[in-house]
Design a protein around this ligand. Structure first.
Ligand SMILES: [Zn+2]
Ligand SMILES: [Zn+2]
Length: 168
């Protein structure tokens, strides 16, 4: 969504607010199962002493998979992003600088890009999730499984040797 900034672009102290929906097709979190509704960004672009700053509050309700046990659960993300808008963003070396589109800015593109750069998140169904047993795959949150701790192969050989001796 292009937000028209011509009323504030030469007017320090002024601001213009916006609300838009983001393109969910662009937003592929690792561990994301599905979005539970539209992903929105609500915010404002403010001219502070000639510098245009965008602030966006993103809200996304989604179903994600736990990084440890793989169980799906509901998660609400509500990050706040800020970005500086410049006509010549090509020369900028900061990630938080975005280009103007004439006298406007594509606010949904800015919010989507901020969210994409922020996607290396891991989701846990609870902070102390115990995960799955690597041997039998049981969910260890439901209690311990019957697997023995993995035995060192050298110890296993020694055990076999002792068995052989006892059999003689
Ligand atoms: Zn879990
Ligand atoms: Zn097990």
């Amino acid at each position: 969504m292009i937000l028209d900034l011509h009323e504030i672009i030469e007017a320090p102290g002024k601001s213009v607010s916006f609300r838009c929906e983001l393109d969910r097709e662009r937003l592929a979190f690792p561990g994301l199962e599905a979005f539970a509704g539209p992903v929105t960004a609500t915010g404002v672009v403010k001219n502070t002493a000639g510098v245009l700053t965008l602030t966006a509050d993103v809200e996304a309700d989604m179903t994600v998979l736990c990084d440890r046990c793989g169980k799906p659960f509901e998660k609400r993300l509500s990050p706040r992003y800020t970005a500086t808008l410049q006509a010549d963003a090509e020369d900028a070396d900061s990630e938080n600088v975005f280009p103007l589109d004439g006298d406007g800015v594509d606010v949904s593109d800015v919010a989507e890009t901020c969210l994409i750069l922020d996607m290396d998140r891991k989701f846990l169904c609870r902070p102390d999730c115990k995960g799955l047993c690597p041997v039998c795959g049981k969910d260890l949150n439901d209690g311990p499984c019957g697997c023995k701790k993995e035995i060192d192969p050298r110890m296993a050989a020694l055990g076999q040797l002792l068995d052989d001796i006892q059999e003689v």
